[in-house]
Design a protein around this ligand. Structure first.
Ligand code: GLP
Length: 244
């Protein structure tokens, strides 16, 4: 595992953004998966700045969404897609034809899983997948107990995820299921970048890096990936540092 630790969230964000920019410069038609969540917001703002300054061109990149709350779509504030369109695709001027997201409102969610699986089998593997980490160690909606053998799937959300997920919504929200890329898509990606900041992530980061590789802590599977990078601020790194 490659560790990159930074003084602040801002510094972490600049460096995660640079990692994406470097990839796109090297491979302008890269296939990239970006997550929603609070963690990557600073990174996305840096990417927008880089495009405005003409430092990178995303016009040939293909984007795949990581996950979504079942029943929510692009127009629903708090959904992953709403966030991605507002913070990334819109400001970066990404065309609809470049974006592949789950339709989490579809009546046949298994068909949605197959559609994204097929895209990744055809166009993949992912050149880069950016991930956050849940306080319960989840990756996307690969919740504790997930099979490491899974591609796209629909999942009953963990109680922790339902509670923590309220932060994305203005009003209390009934969250029950998610649809997500599977751990196998992550393991097959050429490069994995996991970003985490803040003291609330310190335990999950510690378990992911130093604990046993176990489905109980899904992010621990990244210990088996040959090109996985953790980008952390000091607070998220604190427990690893403490036990060195
Ligand atoms: C959420 C999302 C993930 C995200 C993770 C961390 O529930 N399903 O895609 O990466 O949990 O979220 P945050 O960055 O808001 O802490």
């Amino acid at each position: 595992m490659n560790l990159h630790v930074f003084e602040s969230y801002e510094e972490m964000s600049v460096n995660v953004a640079q990692c994406i920019i470097d990839l796109v410069k090297e491979k302008p038609d890269a296939l990239i998966c970006l997550p929603g969540g609070s963690t990557p917001l600073g990174t996305y703002r840096e990417l927008v700045k880089a495009v405005q300054e003409g430092r990178v061109d995303f016009s040939r990149v293909t984007f795949v969404g990581l996950d979504e709350f079942v029943g929510l779509g692009r127009e629903d504030e708090g959904s992953c897609q709403h966030f991605l369109f507002t913070e990334v695709y819109g400001p970066l001027g990404i065309k609809e034809s470049q974006i592949h997201l789950f339709d989490a409102k579809a009546s046949d969610l298994q068909a949605e899983c197959r559609r994204i699986d097929e895209l990744l089998f055809r166009r993949g593997p992912l050149d880069l997948i950016l991930l956050g980490i849940g306080v319960n160690g989840h990756l996307g909606f690969n919740e504790p107990g997930v099979s490491f053998d899974s591609y796209c799937h629909v999942v009953d959300l963990d109680e922790v995820t339902k509670t923590v997920g309220q932060k994305y919504f203005k009003e209390p929200k009934q969250l029950s299921q998610g649809i997500t890329l599977g751990i196998k898509h992550m393991l097959e990606a050429r490069k994995v970048v996991l970003a985490a900041n803040g003291p609330q992530k310190a335990e999950a980061v510690y378990q992911a890096l130093r604990g046993e590789v176990t489905p109980s802590l899904p992010a621990s599977v990244l210990q088996t990936h040959p090109n996985a990078h953790f980008y952390l601020d000091k607070a998220a790194y604190a427990k690893v540092e403490e036990t060195r």
